[in-house]
Design a protein around this ligand. Structure first.
Ligand SMILES: Cc1ncc(COP(=O)(O)O)c(C=O)c1O
Length: 502
């Protein structure tokens, strides 16, 4: 059995090249040993002199670490008798087994530990968004190389230079007035929406809007029409609020309202992506839009219109938003800056019918208030000073060229394997696979080759579609298209889906 001193010392590894100060590394490691039960309460620690010698640290460094541990109750110092681990840490079991040290996974926790609604989140993958992860063909990822950094930096500096009281305080609950005004003007010109700045509420991205709207509008078991295939994260957000999802198929005009009327005419809400159906890319026809609004007005149901990337339309007509056609105040419009600016900005907006402004803002106050005022102010300036529209125009041209280059390469190198139809709008195309193949298995196997795509079947609930991969083009510069498609073709060969190259 090792002595307590030996145990403590054997568990400490200091990294002198690390930017974390040595006293803090020591503090963190002793604390970890106490918390894990490796060093038990009541145990006397080696003297600072011994530690200083064994660890080649100055005594000041050790005393600094000890002071913090004493202040936090991990250690106690007895005059003349040395330093001890606090007695309240006695009888802690030693968590030596690896499985005990790993944080439990959501799926390993029993329902008695988590809320009933938490099972909706099982299987949701957040790894794709980890910093530094490859984004090769992930839909909705850009390279951000066209982002006007100098302008953004100048606007940031303007506000950072002399932060006002308003900038540092809680900020307006609905969001910064200047940004709401800029958004109201923008959606009037770009989406035909006639609303006042009072109807605009700033949120931390569209996803937060879906969560808040679900919380505000749904009772447990309320039926909700969802597009099938459709936006996964929005579905989960609404299901977590107790929604009973009614999956409606997509035809060449958009969501199939007839199916909804036949199966569940009094759904409480419909979630839809009319300007570019997510993920199939279909534009909802004018007639279908009118029918959806009529249904909602008749049944007093709500329509959530997710309009996340209508800016990226390359051909075909961009119809006005559903919100712009609605005379009955049933549509709630959700927009985001994630696609046109960048997703880590976490700024989105909701345009509400008048009746929902107050209840939505009350909920907002309870959840988290509004996003950082600084970022809202910079975004408002970016819009008001004319950078926003120019940026959108440049991105549209850039993404159109990127799609064309990628389609050419996919057709040239993989035309016999994929059937590709260029999309009129959005940031990803759909590559249809031979019907006998399993898109999910292929997407997973490609990911092991560091090639990231999504399987269409992941987006489907009841309606089975032919297998396909969603291939993002916004993140592939034209001059890299050939090489990236070569890598994709090579991976497919190694996986046995293609003949070896001759
Ligand atoms: C269809 C669709 N809607 C909404 C969003 C939400 O974006 P955010 O929460 O970043 O604003 C996304 C994100 O990728 C999306 O694909």
């Amino acid at each position: 059995m090792k002595s307590p001193a030996g145990l403590l010392l054997s568990g400490i590894e200091l990294d002198r090249a690390n930017s974390i100060p040595l006293y803090r590394q020591l503090y963190l490691q002793i604390r970890k040993q106490i918390l894990s039960g490796r060093i038990q309460g009541g145990v006397r620690l080696p003297s600072t002199r011994t530690l200083s010698k064994e660890l080649s640290l100055s005594r000041i460094t050790i005393l600094n670490a000890f002071d913090q541990l004493i202040a936090e109750g991990f250690l106690a110092s007895r005059t003349g008798a040395g330093t001890y681990v606090g007695t309240e840490w006695e009888s802690r079991g030693i968590a030596d087994d690896e499985s005990q040290r790993q944080p439990p996974r959501l799926s390993d926790l029993s329902q008695s530990v988590l809320s009933l609604r938490s099972h909706h989140f099982q299987g949701v993958s957040y790894a794709d968004w980890a910093p530094g992860s490859p984004t090769s063909f992930l839909p909705s990822h850009s390279t951000y190389d066209a982002f006007p950094q100098p302008v953004w930096k100048r606007l940031m500096n303007r506000h950072l230079h002399k932060p006002t009281k308003a900038m540092l305080g809680y900020g307006e609950l609905q969001g910064l007035q200047a940004l709401r005004t800029a958004i109201a003007e923008y959606v009037f010109d770009a989406r035909g929406i006639d609303c006042s700045a009072e109807q605009v509420v700033i949120v931390s991205g569209a996803q937060q809007a879906f969560n808040l709207l679900g919380m505000l509008l749904l009772n447990p078991q309320d039926p909700v029409w969802m597009e099938d295939p459709g936006h996964i994260a929005a579905r989960i957000a609404l299901q977590a609020q107790g929604a009973q999802v009614v999956p409606l198929r997509i035809d060449d005009q958009g969501i199939d309202i007839q199916q909804g009327l036949a199966q569940c005419p009094d759904a409480r809400l419909v979630f839809t992506t009319p300007s570019r159906q997510h993920p199939l890319g279909i534009t909802m026809s004018y007639a279908r839009r009118q029918a959806l609004i009529d249904w909602a007005a008749h049944h007093q149901s709500w329509i959530i219109e997710d309009d996340c990337d209508s800016e990226f339309r390359y051909s075909g007509r961009l119809l006005p938003a559903l919100y712009a056609m609605d005379q009955w105040a049933r549509v709630i419009y959700v927009g985001t800056f994630s696609k046109v600016l960048f997703p880590s900005l976490r700024l989105g907006y909701v345009i509400l019918p008048h009746s929902l402004i107050e209840p939505f803002c009350t909920l907002r106050a309870v959840m988290d208030r509004s996003p950082p005022t600084l970022l809202q102010a910079v975004t408002a300036d970016f819009m008001c000073e004319g950078h926003f529209l120019g940026h959108i125009r440049r991105l549209r041209t850039l993404y159109q060229a990127r799609q064309q280059a990628l389609v050419e390469q996919l057709q040239q190198q993989l035309g016999g394997f994929f059937t590709i139809t260029p999309v009129e709008a959005g940031m990803h195309l759909i590559a249809w696979l031979p019907p006998e193949l399993d898109d999910d298995a292929i997407a997973k196997a490609l990911a092991r080759h560091n090639i990231h795509t999504y399987a269409l079947s992941d987006y489907c609930l009841e309606h089975v579609l032919p297998p396909a991969l969603l291939i993002g083009f916004a993140g592939t510069p034209e001059n890299q298209a050939q090489e990236r498609v070569e890598a994709l073709a090579q991976a497919l060969r190694e996986m046995g889906y293609l003949q070896p190259a001759t």
